[in-house]
Design a protein around this ligand. Structure first.
Ligand code: NDP
Length: 308
């Protein structure tokens, strides 16, 4: 039984160690030291080019090494091979940390104080209570729900918007295109945690920004193509939006001459909000392989029709 890991080389050893200890019956291989590709039954990969998949005639399951799967060309994955996305505590914790940090930095004016410090300015700003601000999350999946749960501890007012209706304690929820505008109308900070699909591409655009309260802030931790860059700059320059924190961009890396780098109210991080952690992800992936071996249904299988 062979598994091939073809993803981030820096974390390969963590995966290999876990499988060596907990699944010595499985032959865990690390790309490019892949041996005979014809023997590979499970592939853990970030990208899976069609030509490469064609070299794996025995492939049974394709595991994405990350939470999103928009980078995978689904048409290149044969219909009988399930694509499994990564849902694991390490990714969830990382995202909860990043979004909490972003919301608190906005709430407590840290970006203003960074500018003040550069100019040697001592200027205490008002400190409203967290309960005076409403944070809204687009996408109430495994990450959106975890983020809202943690933000509740700080006392923010919370809203969530999702494709299908959700009930979350302490969160005012909205669903579907009809309820997008009423959702946005109350968000002082908007967090995007949507998967990238045809329906969400370009969703963070001029019309959406106009529906937010004047001076709202945006945190995009979903995917770069969800944002219309020129519309964001226009909204920031007009004062409709106060700030944007972007962990994802299109393209990545963000080109050196992109206007986001120099914009004083855009803060960019290089797609690091959260990452798969081998220690917490390997046990979940191994359990999924064991399910497959027992002929049971796999968890976290991507719905090809929905695209996430
Ligand atoms: P899930 O699949 O668990 O959740 C996605 C949620 O989005 C679901 O609740 C779904 O609704 C909702 N949704 C999908 N399409 C729409 C739409 N058109 N309108 C409204 N809601 C919609 O995903 P995760 O929470 O695990 O991850 C979300 C995304 O976060 C990933 O796809 C990835 O792009 C991004 N991510 C970013 C990382 C980073 O480091 N920046 C790291 C990890 C993930 P429904 O309940 O109806 O299905």
């Amino acid at each position: 039984m062979s598994i091939l890991y073809r993803s981030d080389a820096a974390r390969a050893a963590g995966w290999a160690n876990y499988f060596a200890q907990h699944a010595p019956d499985l032959d865990f291989r690390i790309w490019p030291d892949a041996g005979d590709l014809k023997e590979v039954e499970y592939l853990i990969a970030w990208q899976a080019p069609a030509g490469f998949l064609a070299e794996l005639p025995k492939l049974k399951v394709l595991f994405s090494s990350g939470a999103g799967i928009d980078h995978v060309d689904l048409s290149a994955v044969p219909a009988h091979i399930p694509l499994v996305r990564m849902v694991e505590p390490g990714i969830i914790n990382g995202m909860v940390e990043y979004v909490s940090l972003a919301v608190l930095a906005l709430h407590r004016d840290f970006f203003d104080y960074m500018a003040h410090k550069a100019n040697h300015v001592w200027d205490p700003l008002e400190v409203p209570p967290a309960s005076a601000r409403t944070v809204g999350v687009m996408g109430l999946g495994s990450l959106g729900c975890a983020v809202l749960e943690r933000l509740a501890a700080f006392g923010f007012k919370l809203r969530g918007w999702n494709r299908s209706p959700r009930t979350l304690e302490g969160v005012e929820t909205f669903a579907g295109a009809d309820q997008l505008q009423p959702f946005l109308a109350g968000c002082d900070v908007l967090i995007c945690l949507l998967p990238l699909t045809p329906a969400t591409k370009g969703i963070l655009n001029r019309e959406l920004f106009a529906a937010l309260p004047k001076g709202a802030a945006l945190v995009n931790v979903g995917r770069g193509p969800q944002l219309v860059d020129a519309d964001l700059i226009e909204a920031l320059d007009s004062g409709q939006l106060s700030r944007a924190i972007l962990d994802v961009t299109e393209p990545e890396p963000l080109p050196a001459d992109h206007p986001f780098w120099a914009h004083p109210r855009v803060f960019v991080t290089p797609h690091v909000a959260s990452m798969t952690q081998p220690e917490s992800a390997a046990p979940i992936l191994l359990e999924n392989i064991r399910r497959d071996q027992r002929g049971e249904a796999l968890r976290d299988v991507v719905d090809r029709g929905r695209g996430y």
